[in-house]
Structures are given as C-alpha cells and as structure tokens.
Design a protein around this ligand. Structure first.
Ligand SMILES: C[C@@](CO)(OP(=O)(O)O)[C@H](O)COP(=O)(O)OP(=O)(O)OC[C@H]1O[C@@H](n2ccc(N)nc2=O)[C@H](O)[C@@H]1O
Ligand SMILES: Nc1ncnc2c1ncn2[C@@H]1O[C@H](COP(=O)(O)OP(=O)(O)O)[C@@H](O)[C@H]1O
Length: 305
C-alpha cells in the first residue's frame, strides 16, 4: 500500500443566507460556495495496525502547527475513522500528514478541506473503491461544508449547507484575502447571529442575485451581489474588522465580505493586477496579519501524487 497525496481548496461563500434554526441545532442555509486557490494537502501513508495519527505542518515554513488538534477531534482523523467504519475494515490505519495553506478557523473551511482530502486519500490508499457519490454522505456526516470541498468549483448549498448542486458560472474571479491569526468559532458566530435577531428579507433572493451575476461573469456585477448574513454577528464579535472591510472597498475592490463565519475578509477585484495592487495597499496599511491573493473557481479534493 503506497502513500497518496490529495490537495483540497479553501472556500468563500459568495452568498450566505441563514434561515431559521432547526431542531437539530443547525440553521437552514442558502449559500453559494466558491473554491479558491488556497490549498491544504493531506498525505495518507496506509498501514494495517488500526492506528490513525496526524501531523500538521505550515505549508510555507514547514513548522509544526500547534493551533490544530492532533487527537481524534482533528477532522482528518475523524474522516479516516468514518471511512474505515464504512468500509467495515477496523484494522486499517494511516499516518496523515497535513500541509496547511488555508487559515485555521478563518471561515475558509480548512478543517473541512482536510476531511474531504482525507476521504479521497484514504479511499485510494486503502483501495476502498468508493465512488465520489459514495463518499458524499460520509462527507456530510463530518461537517456541513465537507461535501462542497469534495465537489469544488462553484455550487449552491442548501439544507444545512451539505446538499450541493453545481451552478452555471462564467469566467474566473480574483480575490484578495485579509487573514487574521486569531480565528473565530463557527458555533459562536451562529449564536451571535441568533442573539442579534436573525435575518430579514426573503430567504433565497440574494442567492438568486448571485446566480444571475455568475451567469453574467462580470466581477463588478458579482461584487454588488455578495451577501453574508453572518457578517453582522462576526463584526459584533470582532469590531475591528469593519475598518478593514471599508479600507478594502475604498482601495478599489469591486466587492468585499466576511468569508463564512469569519474573520477572513474576502475582496473581489477586477483582475490579477488589481489583486496585487490591493494586496500591497492592505499589507502597507498593516491591518491584517497576512494578506493573500487567490483565484476561483478551482476543483475540489484531487489526488496530486
Ligand atoms: C459558516 C460556514 C459557511 O459555509 O462555514 P465556516 O465559516 O465555518 O467555514 C458553515 O455553515 C459551517 O460549516 P461547518 O464548519 O462544516 O460546520 P459544522 O461542523 O457542520 O457545524 C458546526 C456548528 O456550526 C453551527 N451551524 C453549522 C452549519 C449550519 N447550517 N448551521 C449551524 O448552526 C452549529 O452550531 C454546528 O454545531
Ligand atoms: N484538520 C483541521 N484543520 C483545522 N482545524 C481543525 C482541523 N481539525 C479540527 N479542527 C478544529 O476546527 C476549528 C475550525 O477550523 P477551520 O475548519 O479551519 O475553520 P472554519 O470552520 O472557520 O472554516 C479549529 O479551530 C480547530 O480547532
């Protein structure tokens, strides 16, 4: 059995409409996910001693990441464990090595990307033989975002975000991402959203606007359609983000929003040159810990070695 390396992208929610709280503790969502060119890589080295272990290295510095759990709460371990249960092969084990390029707890679904990458890597390394369609329900059990990270590209998410349908999108989009070392807790942001009184407006309408803008393919039109219902909650919990958002919009972005549950801020720009220009301005202003550029859409979890 040989090691397998799988790369999975980060996501931005081009629109995130949060509906009513459900009895199971989740919220109904209408969202459009968009995969962008920031990646985590998971290398699964298989063995048959039933042991699952994980190491997480920063993709740039190759230093150990101490802000990601190494126990069974790590989403990569959980994904491998679910997969072997599903295959009825409890004797399977693997060393999972993650190279992390996606901000941790940044609202860009890094943990979910690792879960999706691990499902694909272990299915291959263990010769599980499951199809993408068969991996999807396992992905949904692991987290609401995980099925999208298998799928990639641009897709509508409904249910609690786990039901994915592809969308017709024209063109490529360039992004500037302002990221922060201190992450935010997804459940806390949803709680704050409820505390602030939830949403107003017709559920699904903002999603339709984004879908129209994607058919059009013009970044300026898409920039005007970006909506995140969790933004008020994220800004209430992290007020300093508001100034950074305003600065990016004043400095030439055609749109900008909080990515998912935050704190990453995603700015849409006209083209690659505009992305480099805005990134320079934000770096110079020293308003974020790291400023990155990325483009989308990109494919989902994919074997690279
Ligand atoms: C907000 C979003 C937007 O895409 O992404 P992130 O910003 O975390 O990346 C997602 O809804 C996060 O999805 P994911 O990170 O997979 O969350 P899950 O593990 O499924 O759920 C974690 C917790 O978030 C809350 N949650 C999540 C999804 C949902 N539709 N309603 C919720 O209320 C619940 O409190 C749940 O217990
Ligand atoms: N493989 C993983 N990578 C990152 N975080 C993980 C992982 N496994 C578990 N976690 C936990 O999940 C939390 C949310 O991480 P992440 O998926 O990066 O953020 P978000 O939900 O904001 O997109 C982290 O704070 C961390 O404790």
């Amino acid at each position: 059995m040989l090691p397998v390396t799988v790369r999975a992208p980060a996501k931005i929610n081009l629109v995130l409409e949060v509906g009513a709280g459900r009895p199971d503790g989740f919220h109904a969502l209408s969202t459009v996910y968009h995969a962008v060119s920031l990646y985590d890589e998971v290398t699964a080295t298989p063995h048959d001693d039933a042991v699952l272990a994980v190491r997480v290295l920063d993709a740039d510095s190759l230093r150990e990441r101490t802000d990601v759990p190494r126990d069974e709460s790590n989403l990569a371990i959980r994904a491998a464990d679910r997969l072997r249960s599903h295959l009825g092969r409890p004797e399977l084990g693997a060393d999972l090595l993650i190279h992390k390029g996606i901000p941790v707890a940044g609202g860009m679904a890094g943990g979910s990307a690792d879960a999706a990458a691990t499902l694909v890597a272990c299915n291959e390394a263990w010769q599980g033989g499951l199809s993408r369609a068969e991996l999807e329900p396992i992905a949904a059990e692991l987290g609401s975002d995980v099925p999208f990270l298998l799928h990639g590209s641009t897709a509508v998410g409904t249910g609690r975000g786990e039901q994915i349908a592809p969308v017709l999108a024209r063109g490529h989009f360039h992004w500037v991402l302002a990221t922060f070392a201190e992450g935010m807790s997804t459940p806390e942001v949803y709680e704050e959203h409820d505390r602030l009184g939830g949403r107003s407006g017709t559920f699904g309408e903002a999603t339709q606007h984004v879908l129209e803008a994607l058919r059009d393919g013009d970044p300026e039109v898409l920039g005007g359609a970006l909506v995140n219902d969790l933004a008020d909650a994220a800004l209430a919990l992290r007020p300093e983000l508001a100034g950074v958002l305003a600065l990016g919009l004043e400095a030439g972005a055609v749109g900008g929003l909080v990515s998912g549950s935050g704190p990453t801020l995603a700015f849409l720009v006209r083209d690659e040159i505009a992305a480099d220009d805005l990134a320079e301005i934000l770096r110079g202003a020293e308003v974020a810990d790291v400023v990155l550029t990325a483009a989308g859409p990109r494919p989902g979890a994919k074997v690279v070695r």
